[in-house]
Design a protein around this ligand. Structure first.
Ligand SMILES: [Zn+2]
Length: 270
């Protein structure tokens, strides 16, 4: 029984969605992408000079993260392709979890309870009214994006996808995922093959808490914060531990994608 019916199936058989490096979506459903050959890649962390199209904001592996113990709960997710139906079930599960966690964080911020003050202080070095007033609309924007996502919001991270969502066409091979921050109509999220090698949640065993490591869930939230209509965040400090290292610098932390993601997840580093 399909959890989520993905349009575009042929004769009742879900087409395979390739997420391998350089893979492409089913050609029957993929429009013909226009790629501007003159546009060179400029890493979004480096300066740009000649681009009209903005670069995608990537989520790379944190350089100071603990080693990942790749333990996907669905082995087929690490293969080169998976059925649209299986993909839809998995991604909607992630979205559901992200939504409920963001709702809980927003409620806590609105109450401005002890937990909210502890977490804003922990990640943004402040528990004053300004940080509260800054974060509440961002939580609302994350929820707005999450509620608009569906399996078709996710594309393979390749040159065709990055141009199709309005950014330059080059791909950072080290990235797990990417978005085009100005894609505020579509909110498309581009996923690289290595995204599926991440643990989905990285929870502390036997608890509802999260380890201070990247997970598919943290990457999803991280990417959403990049959109210009959410937080327009940057990647100045990749990785949850790097984000913690700037928690006393409020101005930087409040626009750092991993600081915002860790805050939503309520992570603290033990
Ligand atoms: Zn990023």
């Amino acid at each position: 029984m399909p959890f989520f019916k993905v349009p575009g199936t042929v004769n009742g058989i879900a087409p395979m969605r390739k997420f391998s490096k350089g893979g492409s979506v089913n050609p029957d459903r993929a429009p013909v992408w226009h790629q501007e050959p003159g546009l060179g890649w400029h890493d979004h962390l480096r300066s740009r000079s000649n681009l009209d199209a903005p670069d995608v904001a990537n989520k790379r592996s944190g350089t100071k993260e603990l080693p990942q113990e790749a333990a996907p709960d669905i082995p087929e997710l690490v293969s080169n392709s998976l059925s649209d139906e299986r993909f839809a079930e998995h991604i909607m599960g992630l979205i559901k979890e992200a939504t409920s966690l963001t709702e809980a964080r927003l409620a806590s911020l609105t109450r401005w309870d002890a937990d909210a003050k502890m977490l804003t202080n922990y990640w943004f070095g402040s528990s004053d009214d300004q940080i509260k007033a800054y974060l509440i609309p961002i939580m609302g924007s994350i929820l707005r994006v999450l509620r608009g996502l569906n399996p078709k919001s996710f594309l393979p991270y390749d040159a065709a996808s990055t141009t199709s969502v309005g950014c330059s066409g080059q791909v950072d091979q080290s990235a797990d995922a990417a978005v085009c921050p100005v894609d505020t109509n579509g909110h498309r999220i581009l996923l690289a093959a290595q995204f599926f090698k991440r643990d989905a949640f990285n929870r502390v065993y036997g608890t509802r808490e999260f380890l201070p490591r990247d997970s598919q869930l943290s990457i999803l939230l991280h990417e959403i914060t990049h959109f210009k209509d959410v937080a327009g965040s940057n990647d100045a400090y990749y990785g949850i531990r790097n984000a913690k290292s700037i928690s006393d610098k409020t101005a930087e932390a409040k626009v750092n994608a991993d600081s915002l993601a860790a805050h939503v997840l309520g992570i603290t580093i033990k």
